[in-house]
Design a protein around this ligand. Structure first.
Ligand SMILES: *Cc1c(COP(=O)(O)O)cnc(C)c1O
Ligand code: SF4
Length: 378
């Protein structure tokens, strides 16, 4: 089966991704363009060029408008403008920081947990985040999964009834045209045991106008659960346009969850995280994961310690509705998977009971199995 057919030459699709031959108007993809747009001082050109030779650059007009060039600590600029520190590599950092390669039985597919697989449909994004954990694998010219490889991934899923969920990622899979998204959706929906499709994307934030009615139609399915996991790191990213894009998806029955990366100088303070989680819920997105920064090359300046992350989670719990709390997770290097690393709220008291910390950190004594003890006493 051919899934990714080329677009009809007579009717080119306006939303087809061809970053090099057909740049989208206003999208900034070179060091010179970032400076001409006034996002940084001209004396940073050489620095941007040095980083640009190594890692992809991309910023959409929507996000560029959010940058305040007068603020040297601007949290949006920090996420997207190249920085010389990206060229410093810590020995612990790795091209494949979460060990995808060790769990990839066929090209483009990662099978780490029994009931779900991840398929990397494309290697391009609308924006290139400076801290990306797949930064060595994404960028213009890296292309999408070819038709044969996609067919092989589908065959792998079809042959394994234990696969209940398929996660579409990349790069950013929503950079595909609605037609290709609909083809992918249909092909996966035809597999009976696949009950859930999950798309990981930054597009509703980065290019909300592209998450239009046609894309919402292409994603939605009547008989399966469709989840869109929106990557957002700062409350300012939830613009009215981004919220409208999310509403278009939610109105089609798509379940929206979020992913946030904990980033030094972007969102590593409780007020920013609180505002972000509230903005997500207001946009009908359930906060899902707060990721501890992965060991991607040249990202040490973005990483916090786990202790800092735990203190932030503890503070959030005292401030936010339970609905708005994400789970703080670490993806263990080497392909060992994600584990919650949030603050521990319970520990044994040494006498068969427990000490449980409340939201302000005060430990309270708790005894479980009381009924059982009584049973034994009688
Ligand atoms: C992150 C990830 C998933 C999804 O994990 P959840 O905990 O279900 O969100 C699945 N497969 C791979 C390979 C992953 O890296
Ligand atoms: S959108 Fe996602 S895949 Fe693309 S650069 Fe950002 S973090 Fe990486």
């Amino acid at each position: 089966m051919t899934i990714f057919t080329e677009p009809d030459q007579a009717e080119p699709e306006p939303s087809e991704v061809r970053p090099e031959t057909h740049p989208r108007p206003g999208r900034l993809t070179t060091p010179a363009a970032l400076i001409e747009a006034g996002l940084a001082a001209p004396d940073r050109l050489a620095e941007f060029e040095a980083v640009g030779e190594r890692y992809a650059i991309g910023l959409t007009p929507t996000l560029a408008r959010l940058v305040d060039p007068a603020d040297p600590a601007d949290p949006i600029a920090r996420q997207f403008l190249p920085d010389a520190r990206e060229l410093r590599r810590d020995p612990a950092e790795a091209d494949d920081p979460i060990g995808d390669d060790a769990r990839s039985p066929v090209e483009g597919l990662v099978h780490r947990y029994p009931d779900r697989v991840l398929i990397k449909l494309v290697a391009v994004c609308a924006v290139y985040c400076r801290f990306c954990f797949r930064r060595e694998r994404v960028g213009p010219g890296s292309g999408s999964l070819g038709p044969e490889a996609f067919a092989a991934a589908l065959a792998y899923v079809r042959a394994r009834p234990e696969i209940w969920e398929v996660i579409l990622t990349g790069g950013d899979p929503l950079t595909l045209s609605p037609r290709r998204i609909a083809e992918t959706t249909r092909a996966l929906a035809a597999i009976d045991h696949v009950k859930t499709l999950r798309w990981h994307t930054r597009l509703p934030i980065a290019a909300p106008e592209r998450v239009d009615a046609a894309m919402a139609r292409a994603l939605a399915l009547p008989d399966k659960t469709v989840v869109v996991a929106v990557h957002a790191n700062h409350p300012r990213e939830l613009t009215p346009e981004a919220r409208a894009a999310c509403r278009r998806l939610a109105d089609r029955g798509v379940l929206l969850v979020s992913q946030t990366v904990l980033l030094r100088g972007v969102n590593d303070d409780v007020a920013t995280l609180e505002a972000l989680m509230r903005a997500l819920i207001e946009a009908r997105i359930k906060p899902y994961y707060l990721h501890h920064g992965d060991l991607a090359p040249g990202t040490a300046h973005f990483r916090t310690s786990i202790a800092e992350g735990q203190a932030l989670m503890q503070a959030l719990r005292g401030r936010l509705s339970g609905l708005a709390l994400p789970t703080y997770v670490l993806d263990i290097p080497g392909g060992h998977g994600k584990v919650p690393v949030g603050p521990q709220s319970v520990r044994p008291d040494g006498e068969g009971g427990w000490l449980v910390s409340d939201a302000s950190g005060v430990e309270r004594r708790y005894r479980d199995r009381l009924g059982r003890d009584q049973d034994r006493a009688c």
